[in-house]
Design a protein around this ligand. Structure first.
Ligand SMILES: NC(=O)c1ccc[n+]([C@@H]2O[C@H](COP(=O)([O-])OP(=O)(O)OC[C@H]3O[C@@H](n4cnc5c(N)ncnc54)[C@H](OP(=O)(O)O)[C@@H]3O)[C@@H](O)[C@H]2O)c1
Length: 327
């Protein structure tokens, strides 16, 4: 198979397009002929070596890529409910590697059939994993209730942009987004189902007396601090990332009990392996939101050989949607 390999931790030019042996599925796994592989900010952070000391995460040389779409090539021992040739998409379950290749192996429990969904594979890999994450985060962690108001930071980001549509399917009364000022124009032109998108540097003043029941924060840093000022009593702040790179951020815990506030964290890659039974229901909810046009993510495709360019574009913050690699 062809694979884009990260040969060392470092800048994007560490990528090398290489021929590797085709991987075979182990028990409970499937091999997939990849047609589309999603690229995410987490892939960039892993390649830069930000998590190099964390146990269980890949060490160079490795093939990055958490999520793929394609057709089932082979079934491992004991796999039921999927067939060879079936179009599928995977959720990010185990590991953090293998997707940037013409053949990938995934856990069958994290592999979801696309037949009859009406969703094409490029949009599926761009949107299903993040929309399934949004569904799990909003239902299992933030316990979003119908009629509640949601605030989403970094509103146009790959993960964030799945939240407004999924929140709507769960009955949210309103969804507000925030972005940094250079993204405001793009946000106002976006088809994502936000009621409004505000500048992130002064959103806490702009919203006036309005309060939010759920804050979705993949950004961190100052917007995380400012969010505490706009949360409703019994409000939940859902931490799902740290795009700002502010790893020193701390929370004022006495503000939490005094204001009846909660801060919750969710990382799908560390959750689903312990709850694989939640993967398919979440993916079905995601597909339904996508089929209804509620997750209109801008998908940009690039050939696998241009993986380095995909990473550079993410580093420059010039994507505004998702990049998908085609082997
Ligand atoms: N919890 C989970 O299960 C899970 C799953 C996937 C990803 N993640 C995490 O979620 C975060 C976002 O990932 P993604 O793939 O959605 O990334 P992305 O597409 O690059 O989106 C990140 C967004 O953050 C905003 N942002 C604000 N300050 C930023 C800064 N200083 N640098 C870069 N972006 C900044 C940008 O929006 P504006 O510039 O428009 O404001 C950008 O659209 C990452 O930390 C990732 O690791 C978590």
């Amino acid at each position: 198979m062809q694979a884009a390999v990260v040969t060392a931790f470092g800048p994007a030019d560490v990528f090398e397009l290489t021929e590797l042996p085709d991987p075979a599925p182990g028990p409970g796994q499937v091999a997939i002929d990849v047609t589309h592989a999603a690229v995410g900010l987490i892939d960039v952070h892993l390649r830069q070596g930000r998590y190099q000391d964390q146990k269980g995460l890949p060490q160079p040389p490795y093939v990055p890529g958490l999520e793929v779409a394609g057709t089932v090539r082979a079934l491992g021992e004991g796999v039921e409910g999927l067939r060879v040739g079936e179009p599928v998409v995977t959720l990010s379950g185990t590991g953090a590697e293998g997707g940037y290749a013409s053949v990938a192996v995934a856990d069958a429990a994290m592999t979801v059939g696309l037949e009859g969904s009406g969703v094409d594979p490029a949009l599926a890999v761009a949107a299903v994993p993040n929309a399934a994450t949004a569904y799990l985060a909003l239902t299992e962690v933030a316990h979003l209730k119908p009629g509640e108001h949601v605030l989403v930071h970094g509103a146009l980001g790959g993960l964030a942009s799945a939240f407004p549509g999924v929140a709507r399917t769960l009955g949210a009364a309103g969804v507000t987004g925030t972005v940094r000022r250079p993204s405001l124009e793009r946000a106002h032109a976006s088809a994502l189902p936000y009621d409004e998108v505000l500048a992130s540097d002064d959103f806490a003043e702009t919203v006036g007396d309005r309060r939010f029941d759920v804050v979705v924060d993949p950004v961190g840093g100052q917007v995380r601090t400012d969010s505490l000022r706009v949360m409703a009593p019994m409000g939940r702040m859902l931490l799902v990332g740290n795009a700002s790179g502010d790893w020193q951020h701390t929370a004022p815990t006495n503000t939490l009990w005094g204001g009846n506030l909660a801060i919750l964290g969710f990382a799908v890659g560390f959750h689903l392996p312990h709850h694989p039974e939640q993967a398919r229901p979440a993916a079905r909810a995601a597909l339904e939101a996508i089929r209804r046009g509620l997750v209109p993510i801008d998908v940009q495709t690039l050939p696998l050989a241009r993986a380095a360019e995909a990473h550079r574009r993410i580093e420059q913050g010039s994507v505004g949607g998702r990049i998908v690699l085609t082997p």
